[in-house]
Design a protein around this ligand. Structure first.
Ligand SMILES: [Zn+2]
Length: 255
């Protein structure tokens, strides 16, 4: 637990963790994306609170009523036109690219912002919006063309006539187990773990923490309390973009 330290001391302690860490695993969630202006659709005033939306964005609705699925899917995702990585994403990319640290990021987000920021080792536990797959012939497509079709209220189809499914993990979809196992291995190998902008309540992503080494350090940055706060070495109930860049910068200068 963090008390009785003050925030500055906590940040310095985390910077020292970073300096000595050889492998850093990161679990990121919606909180880091909302700082880039992406609405958290699970939040209390989010679209997810509407039952018809929750029922429509599912595997079974996609299979039975693709028009209905795409109607709500468009509402949720077409608004993300001009999103950019924020200071939190960029700080992680700096760790990898400027400081030469080994950083493995397992994210629950589907927006691809870690990669846009420059992070190279990213596992997208819930898929992504860059790609879609034909449900008939299995061809993978880039989402750009699909976006235009959605804007024109057309269902995106493959050349073969099959319906394209965005490569996101819907309720009722299995996770990509190969990727999930890779994330488990990253957790097991890491000597420092950052949980960023995640409530650590969404299963099975939160179960990744159970794979961590007993001697690994755990730092949580999330606006609200999480069920893992008591296990963490340091907890910041703050925005990722406010805390993480300071930790990364301090670890670089060593002061
Ligand atoms: Zn096809």
């Amino acid at each position: 637990m963090s008390y009785p330290f003050n925030r500055e001391q906590e940040i310095e302690a985390c910077a020292a963790f970073l300096q000595s860490a050889s492998k850093i695993a990161v679990l990121s969630g919606a909180g880091i994306s909302t700082e880039s202006g992406i609405p958290d659709f699970r939040s209390s005033n989010g679209l997810w609170q509407k039952e018809e939306v929750r029922e429509a964005i599912t595997r079974s609705c996609f299979s039975r009523q693709p028009e209905r699925f795409y109607y709500y899917f468009s509402q949720l995702f077409l608004s993300w036109t001009d999103i950019k990585p924020n200071q939190g994403h960029l700080a992680l990319a700096d760790l990898e690219n400027e400081q030469g640290k080994w950083v493995g990021i397992a994210t629950q987000n589907i927006d691809g912002l870690h990669q846009v920021a420059g992070s190279k080792q990213v596992i997208e536990l819930h898929g992504n919006l860059r790609h879609a797959v034909c449900q008939k012939c299995g061809t993978a497509k880039v989402m750009n063309g699909i976006k235009e079709k959605l804007e024109n209220k057309m269902i995106p189809l493959c050349d073969c006539g099959g319906i394209l499914k965005p490569k996101v993990v819907l309720f009722g979809d299995p996770l990509d187990m190969q990727e999930f196992r890779k994330a488990q291995i990253w957790m097991a190998q890491a000597d420092l773990i950052f949980c960023l902008g995640t409530s650590l309540t969404v299963t099975p992503a939160n179960t990744l923490l159970q794979h961590r080494r007993h001697d690994s350090k755990l730092v949580i940055i999330n606006l609200e309390a999480t069920p893992y706060d008591r296990e963490a070495d340091y907890v910041f109930h703050a925005k990722v973009g406010e805390i993480l860049p300071v930790i990364v910068q301090k670890s670089q200068t060593g002061d």
